[in-house]
Design a protein around this ligand. Structure first.
Ligand SMILES: [Zn+2]
Length: 518
């Protein structure tokens, strides 16, 4: 009787249960949209994180300041948060960079020291320049090396144009565009050969120049847009390594080639801080019905330090923080536990997220899904199933609950393929977690903001970031409420096109736990 009653009640109650669930979901979706639109905290978070704190390079005091800020921000929203130590890194703090041309005329140059650049000891170094010679081979390079003594060595090619290709295409004749591209390709190839003929890697070249008594290393890593250079790390241990903007680099290069003997004056302040601990910030809204199953949000927290990392990965960070804030207000007792990971040291090889995967096998094993965002400020327009056979079933179902206005240009790929790297979702995919990358439209991300000196607050498109926070909050809510656990069955990967070998799922890899010391 009892069983029959249960059977009947299922048969008769099911339609009303479904419509109740649907209306409950629609109410929640509407509430999420309302909170995100009417009480958005995105601009406040962005100002505090990018303007007040700034760049977040691994091992710097600013990275630590950001982690502490994130914990206190979450705490102020009533969300439990902690910093989890996963390793240590060479501690370094950026100070001022002053770079001036002092001969043949005076001009303050646009440039900066690279990350981990040695200090010039509170003084300016004034010296002539020399262009890395085009030598025949490594032996000839060793013979040429004494020429660098006391000089700044220019190790980058002079770009033939400071205009990006889209600008040439818009205004140039077809012939001039082709000519420019041909010249640039030839020059780029020749410069690559110039470096390789020294017989040294970029790092060892810098160290050889330093050992030979160079005053400093001067490069220009143009990012193929107006006024943008990529700013990475220095390899030198005593002399400064600086990047100079394309325009000023070209000026020095041409003056040097025409025998005008330019001189520059360089001061870089920085501090070595020894080894310092590195962290991930983890925040959590505890689940009620299935507290040991997890829906996780993910965005790396660190950045390069040529600018303030506003879109790499500031905007991913904003999306995840705003999502947590909204869910804590509207969905404080989720079915599953909702976690967010703000990872350290993604830029040096997904280190924070790899450490989390390694350190928390119990959480990883019971993770329903993870959503990661890390390609700029744009609206999410690409979502794939990461190579999980049944991803269409659950992701498709969850996405169906998102109102059309928040997925207008969305393209989906099912079952998709597993990320082997690129961002932190790869760390989780390798461990078998359906870890989904939320792919943004580009806003010229790769040329203008990614790792550049122009990755700043003003590049944020807040409407798009708000759109993404709404989309993410809805997906997290629906994924948490899903009666079923998402399947982890993987597709059989296609054979490697080059080798013909069977396709292999990406392997879980260990992080670098002690960094910046090699
Ligand atoms: Zn990134």
């Amino acid at each position: 009787m009892k069983n029959l009653f249960k059977f009947l009640s299922i048969v008769f109650l099911l339609p009303s249960v479904i419509s109740f669930a649907q209306s409950k979901d629609s109410l929640m979706v509407a509430a999420i949209i309302k909170e995100a639109n009417e009480n958005s905290q995105l601009k406040n978070i962005a100002h505090e994180l990018f303007d007040d704190i700034g760049p977040r390079l691994v091992g710097t005091p600013k990275m630590q300041q950001a982690h502490d800020w994130a914990v206190s921000k979450y705490t102020s929203w009533g969300i439990t948060a902690r910093n989890e130590k996963w390793g240590e890194w060479r501690g370094w703090e950026r100070g001022v960079s002053h770079i001036d041309m002092v001969q043949p005329w005076i001009k303050t140059l646009e440039g900066t020291q690279l990350a981990w650049c040695p200090s010039t000891g509170g003084k300016s170094i004034t010296a002539e320049l020399i262009i890395l010679a085009d030598v025949a081979d490594s032996l000839a390079f060793i013979q040429w090396l004494p020429n660098v003594k006391g000089k700044f060595v220019m190790i980058s090619m002079m770009q033939p144009t400071g205009r990006p290709d889209y600008n040439w295409t818009e205004f140039g004749t077809k012939e001039s565009v082709e000519k420019m591209k041909k010249e640039r390709t030839e020059q780029t190839d020749a410069w690559r050969k110039r470096i390789s003929k020294t017989g040294l890697s970029n790092k060892n070249l810098a160290l050889a120049l330093e050992k030979a008594g160079a005053a400093g290393i001067v490069g220009s890593n143009w990012s193929a847009g107006f006024g943008v250079n990529k700013i990475f790390g220095a390899s030198t241990t005593k002399i400064p390594t600086i990047d100079i903007a394309l325009e000023d680099y070209g000026l020095l290069y041409r003056l040097l080639e025409s025998g005008k003997n330019p001189k520059i004056s360089v001061r870089t302040d920085s501090k070595e801080l020894g080894m310092v601990p590195t962290f991930n910030t983890i925040a959590e809204i505890k689940g009620t019905e299935k507290p040991d199953e997890y829906v996780m949000l993910s965005a790396h927290f660190d950045s390069w330090d040529g600018a303030t990392g506003a879109t790499d990965n500031g905007t991913g960070t904003l999306v995840m923080m705003e999502t947590m804030r909204i869910l804590k207000i509207l969905y404080p007792n989720p079915k599953r536990t909702i976690l967010v990971g703000h990872w350290g040291s993604e830029e040096q090889g997904l280190n924070g997220s790899r450490a989390f995967v390694e350190d928390h096998p119990d959480i990883v094993k019971n993770m329903q899904v993870l959503f990661n965002q890390d390609n700029g400020t744009g609206r999410v327009v690409n979502i794939g199933g990461a190579g999980f056979l049944h991803s269409y079933d659950y992701l498709g179902r969850w996405l169906a609950r998102v109102p059309s206005g928040y997925k207008q240009e969305l393209e989906t790929r099912f079952p998709g393929s597993p990320a082997g790297g690129g961002s932190d979702n790869a760390s989780f995919v390798a461990a078998g977690v359906p870890a989904i990358g939320l792919g943004s439209n580009t806003w010229l991300y790769f040329s203008y903001t990614w790792h550049t000196n122009r990755d700043t607050y003003d590049k944020i498109v807040f409407d798009d970031v708000r759109n993404n926070a709404i989309l993410t909050a809805i997906l997290v809510y629906i994924a948490s409420e899903d009666p079923d656990k998402a399947s982890r069955e993987k597709i059989i990967l296609p054979a490697n096109q080059r080798t013909g070998e069977p396709g292999k799922w990406p392997e879980q890899r260990s992080p670098t736990r002690k960094g910046g010391v090699d």
